[in-house]
Design a protein around this ligand. Sequence first.
Ligand SMILES: Nc1ncnc2c1ncn2[C@@H]1O[C@H](COP(=O)(O)OP(=O)(O)OP(=O)(O)O)[C@@H](O)[C@H]1O
Length: 256
Amino acid sequence: MTTVQDRPDHQTAPPSPLAARTSDGLGRSLSLTGVGYRYGGRGQSGAGVGPLNLHIAPGEFVCVVGPSGGGKSTLLSLLAGFLAPQSGQIQLGGEAVRGPHPGLTLVQQEAALFPWLTVTGNVAFGLRGLKRSERAARVSDALRQVGLAGYGPRRVHELSGGQRQRVALARALAVQPGVLLLDEPFSALDHATRTALADELLGLWWQHKLTVVFVTHQLDEALHLGGRILALKNGEVALDAPAKTLSVPRLREVLE
Ligand SMILES: Nc1ncnc2c1ncn2[C@@H]1O[C@H](COP(=O)(O)OP(=O)(O)OP(=O)(O)O)[C@@H](O)[C@H]1O
């Protein structure tokens, strides 16, 4: 587990982390070309997002912020393949995304764990195609990475809120995703747990060279975590800039 001293952040990381991290990590690129979605149906002027044009490089950590109803969750649902774009195309590492894809895993606010399964059963859920030994190795590795080594036999109801989110994170990591999508994953947790988990996420991002898209309402959290900040307002990109060039007041100004 990372500590405050060894936590990689965007200030203390090596000078060109992205350039050094594009070749051999888990992270894959994500591209959106003219992606649009309206809840009333294609061509309607109702709520939704787009058209969006975005390129996220392998290993980028992007934080998505914006007012309530701005389109953050819709964007994540499109990226996760839960909603199909009504226009445009999403590509993961150059491959078209046409529905839920094993390379794109989503962690949500309320960890959607299966209460009838153990921690191990939950983490192994997405690994059913693998050999038993490989599955066991991935599960124990993922649990160790989120600080839950030894928790495998426990039931979900025996865990705290923070531990449940760790299990959800372990389940997402175990499939070795090309892009990790997080929709306010820590917002239901107390401040200390949220900060600790956010720092652990940074450690995992750095270690695995993951591509991360992280939705949050907390502007300070976004600036702390994200290398790049994407602000969505009325379904459109209101701002797309490096976190180091921004401040909380500047973000508030854009989002007003
Ligand atoms: N299932 C739905 N049917 C109709 N409209 C919807 C549906 N889901 C979301 N919307 C609308 O789409 C727009 C974008 O919603 P979305 O949930 O993506 O915003 P958000 O930025 O994630 O908001 P919040 O921060 O409150 O979670 C909003 O106007 C919302 O009312």
